[in-house]
Design a protein around this ligand. Structure first.
Ligand code: GLP
Length: 242
């Protein structure tokens, strides 16, 4: 599995943004898979800056976000849709109709998930998937135990994930217990994958994912089976690589 080490979280974002910008230049109608989370903030910031500087347009780009909390709508400040709007979509020229998102308010979850898979297929599949990683090795919201062939579905969030993500909510109790996420099988079908991780708290999960056993206990370890996956790490996140 390939990885590169940047100095700090800002440089991780910058490096990943320059890789994505190159891909958009090569294929202006690219289909991107996008992620949320704190690690992504410097990445989106850099990508917005770079697109201004290098006059890269997102008008042909389509995107699919990985996941959403069940029960939260786009207007909810803690929804992942809101995060994306604030940090990225509102700052680029992407067409609203090209933004695909799982709706956390949708009652017919199964249909929503099936429809999402179909939409990805119809768009020609994901060319480049961006990922973060949880402390327990989750990607998207695929918690330990998720099947390697899993597809978009509703999942129960683990205690670690709820605790980690509670920093954005008023209390732990306010963190949704469920989410909808693309599956590991869905993610693995992307043509290229770039995973970003920064900080020492991610070091254990990163090391297990890159050099550990491929096991459903560490969801990101499945990426070892992908032909074109790259980890972009800062020194902290790379700290336990042997
Ligand atoms: C969330 C998201 C993941 C993200 C992870 C890490 O649970 N569903 O897609 O990778 O957390 O988030 P952070 O970057 O805030 O550590």
């Amino acid at each position: 599995m390939k990885f590169i080490i940047a100095e700090d979280s800002r440089k991780v974002g910058k490096k990943a943004a320059s890789l994505v910008a190159q891909e958009i230049k090569r294929k202006p109608e690219i289909v991107l898979g996008l992620a949320s989370g704190r690690t992504m903030i410097p990445f989106y910031k850099s990508l917005v800056l770079l697109s201004g500087k290098e006059k890269i347009s997102f008008s042909g780009v389509a995107c699919f976000n990985l996941d959403e909390y069940v029960g939260l709508g786009s207007g909810d400040k803690n929804s992942l849709r809101y995060f994306m709007e604030k940090n990225f979509f509102s700052k680029i020229d992407i067409k609203e109709s090209n933004i695909h998102f799982l709706d956390g308010k949708e009652k017919r979850v199964r249909e929503t998930c099936k429809k999402y898979e179909k939409e990805i297929k119809r768009a020609g599949g994901i060319d480049l998937q961006i990922l973060g990683i949880g402390r327990n090795g989750h990607i998207g919201f695929n918690e330990p135990g998720s099947g390697f062939k899993s597809r978009t579905r509703e999942v129960k969030l683990s205690d670690v994930t709820r605790r980690d993500n509670s920093r954005d909510f008023n209390s732990l109790n306010a963190v949704p217990r469920k989410a909808i996420t693309m599956g590991l099988g869905t993610i693995m079908q992307s043509r290229r994958i770039i995973l970003l991780a920064s900080g020492r708290r991610k070091a254990e999960a990163v090391s297990k994912s890159i050099t550990g056993k491929i096991t459903e206990d560490v969801p990101a370890s499945v990426l070892q089976r992908h032909k074109n996956a790259l980890f972009v790490l800062d020194r902290g996140a790379a700290g336990k690589l042997r």
